[in-house]
Design a protein around this ligand. Structure first.
Ligand code: DGL
Length: 263
């Protein structure tokens, strides 16, 4: 079991931002990454539909003998992680809305959160909000259209800038000094976000914390690999292979396989 791969699942390429951090914390682990880009975005689908689609992807990763699965998607974590944890034996790691670090860092006591509608509607966001947002004003903004732009490789386009200005300027005008990226696709938009928000705003991406947590869980279950040679990276997409290839080669500078699949 130690040498089995880690599975990573996202509705698309967003989870590559988590993969990048996982590689820093777990450089010897092999990884199977599944992007359900053919069905992306999940953020505005009904909860039942998002759950049904995510389940198919998880079963695909389980057939590849993954020893642990990282749900590198805030939306799928919100709609499905409780079901996965009770249905399957292996550990699941999800994306936690990063309100806690934001609450600790804000000086103006005003935080902005950018995420999908399904993430805002989930139990996890509501619970985290109740726990950490006391005495803090939280401005929530669904990022409609942003995931699609990242999937298309248009994260630095004028369209991305227009949407982000529309979403961020109102919260910045209200005095937000800390911005939580509540969707794993949004770190791809950091350059444009930084241009709009300026250097004084703290941008919080929870990927590093999730990667560190994954390492702790693997250690706790005695699942860390014992090998120290080159790990394998295998990518699967239900969408267009060429489209994900560019994103992957930007993140992974070592040999990997990319396959287009049907679930
Ligand atoms: N990367 C997903 C997330 O973190 C994207 C959601 C979607 O498919 O809309 O929420």
């Amino acid at each position: 079991m130690h040498e089995n791969p880690i599975g990573i699942f996202d509705s698309g390429v967003g989870g590559l931002s988590v993969l990048k951090e996982l590689r820093k914390h777990l450089p010897d682990e092999s990884i199977h990454y599944l992007a359900d880009s053919g069905n992306c975005p999940y953020g505005s689908k009904t909860k039942d539909e998002a759950l049904r689609l995510a389940k198919k992807s998880i079963e695909f990763l389980l057939k590849l003998d993954c020893k642990l699965i990282v749900i590198a998607c805030n939306t799928v974590t919100a709609v499905a992680i409780d079901d996965f944890r009770s249905a399957y034996q292996i550990p699941f790691i999800g994306m936690e809305p990063a309100l806690k670090p934001a609450a600790l860092q804000t000086r103006t006591k005003k935080i902005g959160v950018l995420a999908t509608e399904n993430t805002f509607n989930g139990r996890l966001f509501k619970e985290t909000f109740m726990k950490y947002a006391e005495g803090i004003e939280v401005f929530i903004q669904p990022g409609h259209g942003l995931v699609e732009l990242v999937e298309q490789g248009n994260q630095d386009s004028a369209a991305a800038r227009d949407l982000l200005e529309q979403y961020l300027v109102p919260m910045l005008e209200k005095g937000v000094d800390t911005l939580v990226l509540g969707c794993t696709h949004y770190p791809f938009l950091t350059n444009v976000i930084r241009e709009i928000a300026g250097d004084a705003v703290t941008i919080i991406d929870p990927s590093g914390a999730v990667a560190a947590h994954t390492r702790r869980v693997l250690a706790q279950f005695d699942l860390l690999t014992r090998k120290t040679h080159e790990p394998c990276f295998n990518f699967y997409t239900t969408g267009d292979r060429a489209r994900v290839q560019k994103h992957i080669s930007d993140m992974i500078n070592c040999p990997c396989t990319i396959q287009q699949i049907k679930l």
